[in-house]
Design a protein around this ligand. Sequence first.
Ligand code: NAD
Ligand code: TYD
Length: 354
Amino acid sequence: MSHILVTGGAGFIGANFVLNWLAQAGADSVVNVDKLTYAGNLKTLASLDGDARHIFSRSDICDRAALDSLLKQYRPRAVLHFAAESHVDRSIHGPADFIETNIVGTFTLLEAVRAYYADLGDAEKAAFRFLHVSTDEVFGSLGPTDPQFTEATAYAPNSPYSASKAASDHLVRAYHHTYGLPVLTTNCSNNYGPYHFPEKLIPLMITNALNGKPLPVYGDGLNVRDWLYVGDHCSAIREVLARGVPGETYNVGGWNEKTNLDVVHTLCDLLDELQPKAAGSYRDQIAFVKDRPGHDRRYAIDAGKLERELGWKPAETFETGLRKTVQWYLSHQSWVEDVISGDYRNWVAKQYAA
Ligand code: NAD
Ligand code: TYD
């Protein structure tokens, strides 16, 4: 039986990837390596309970011995690296975990994979891939009329999160250049969709709206993000894994630049339609709050290379994807209640205290 090894497969994108992967006929089994931080949630993977194709290991990517043993036992044909600390605001309050997981963890994983790869036979070596899942935030912030980020855009990370992801991207690149490891890197724009932890903009706004709480918009609400439905990110990763050229990087995006205020207005309008309040609109709950320090103004992805070279295109528009997402949250309120732990409540109290 062939395997792929996924890190961070209990988080938002990793879990969506694992679910989508195993829904394909004839898919390789998945070895899912996740530390289960506050952001990891096995309930997301409950539909795989009893499915022998999903092997879960609660392990830290900084634990070299655990990685060596999993690689030795399962001999994966590919490693897909999703595990990371991923929330910019948390990286501002406490960058240390970001350095540890995103930089030291990626380094530890690369070292384990380098040793594993060195012992593979020629045919296994030729087929093996290490796919590193990264972000467009490594490119920094765009002005209103700047062209979108391409794969050639210089790195200029501004937050501890994006700086730690940039460092990990550079390590991955170096392991190709120096050791010949067959790596692929994807730099994707902001994702949204099912199983998104409710500390990020879209799920936070849906959750707060339904709970009658303020909808906290940072600064003037005119920062721009380029949104992609998570299922489309997963399909892009599958394409890059199957046909990407080792050593290359691929930008992934949905051609959906929106201001935060536009996003929040659209969410309120969808909720007004799908679950109207007794009186008034969810828009009445919008509250402008203190801006994020060093808040990047605009991200925008040129995903032309992926389309030209691998034929990938997103299946969802922002409108169809957001409607699906709101409908998913409305019908999965128990998932949200489960992930809103004591730890999460402490975070909300600290972050939105002012
Ligand atoms: P997430 O925070 O929802 O999930 C991260 C997962 O990694 C969690 O399950 C967590 O338990 C696990 N993890 C954290 N530290 C670990 C460690 N030391 N060892 C093992 N597991 C650990 O993140 P996400 O939004 O799913 O993002 C996944 C990847 O995609 C990240 O690398 C992120 O940088 C990248 N990315 C995210 C977005 C986005 O919009 N969310 C966009 C582009 C790229
Ligand atoms: P976020 O979902 O944290 O993603 P990222 O910072 O990685 O882009 O935030 C998306 C945008 O929404 C970003 O410009 C910050 C803004 N934002 C708010 O206005 N209010 C909030 O409560 C949050 C969490 C984010």
